[in-house]
Design a protein around this ligand. Structure first.
Ligand code: HPA
Length: 271
């Protein structure tokens, strides 16, 4: 695995023009519009990057985007790899490993999620304060490479408290309604049964989704600072009878896009 990471990082070092970014961004479902704000962009399709898996889901194009956002150099992932697509955990988290090898220190992530918290409304944006890993596998299972991080990494501050405080002050300044919550990461691709949404709420979850947790675990293992936002695209629970669909999720995510873009852009600038 080390060899693969280094080979891919070498390829990118040789192909990325200009200064290497220290900020990485994973653009989740329907949140790709952040790309429009990245200036002087260089685009590298995943298909051209050695060892990179290729994204398969509708609405996720696969490119690395390097450029300037809020005056900072950033490396964006347009399209991520989901466990439900059939990739294994090493593939899902491979780009984060490569980011680390390139010198990325801070990782910003976004995703779409179903809300269980009864205060939440569709279209709300939630700062992820913590997560519960309910994927059947941990991406760090198997041989540990001490070069990459410790065997038993702490997850006490998986989401940077400083970045959360900064995001709060940005939302406050801009009069943006911002929620806080615990993200439950599950395999999918099924949406949850009413009983499952209820169960996730009872165990301490506020929102549930099919991504993010593997990447955040690996980023923490590698000593990166992480910040995450979830767009609440649907609501779930015992009293909720709406049937979530992929289209509805995309639509809600696109609607919330300006807010997510605004917060992320300002955060990148000030962090
Ligand atoms: N459940 C799981 N993943 C999701 C959901 C949901 O309700 N909405 C968007 N991603």
């Amino acid at each position: 695995m080390l060899e693969q990471i280094n080979l891919t990082a070498e390829y990118l070092k040789n192909h990325i023009q200009g200064e290497m970014p220290k900020t990485g961004i994973i653009l989740g479902t329907g949140l790709g519009a952040l790309v429009d704000h990245i200036e002087d962009k260089q685009l590298i399709p995943y298909t051209e990057i050695p060892n990179f898996p290729v994204s398969t889901v509708e609405g996720h194009s696969g490119n690395l985007i390097i450029g300037n956002l809020g005056g900072k150099r950033v490396l964006g992932m347009q399209g991520r790899f989901h466990f439900y697509e059939g990739y294994d955990m090493k593939q899902v988290t491979f780009p984060v490993r490569v980011m680390k090898a390139l010198g990325i220190e801070t990782l910003f992530v976004s995703n779409a999620a179903g809300g269980m918290n009864k205060e939440f409304k569709v279209g709300d944006v939630m700062i992820i304060t913590d997560h519960i890993n309910l994927f059947p596998e941990n991406p760090l299972r198997g041989k540990n490479y001490n070069e990459l991080g410790p065997r038993f990494p702490a997850m006490t501050e998986a989401y940077s408290k400083d970045l959360i405080a900064l995001a709060d002050s940005i939302a406050n300044e801009k009069n943006i309604r911002i929620m806080h919550g615990v993200y439950v990461g599950v395999t999918g691709p099924t949406f949850e049964t009413p009983a499952e949404y209820e169960y996730f709420r009872i165990i301490g979850g506020d929102a549930v989704g099919m991504s993010t947790v593997p990447e955040v675990i690996v980023a923490n293992h590698a000593g990166m600072k992480v910040f995450g936002l979830s767009v609440i695209t649907d609501l779930g629970g015992k009293e909720i009878t709406d049937v979530p669909t992929h289209e509805e999720v995309q639509k809600a995510a696109i609607k919330a896009q300006p807010v997510v873009v605004e917060i992320m852009r300002e955060l990148v600038k000030r962090s």
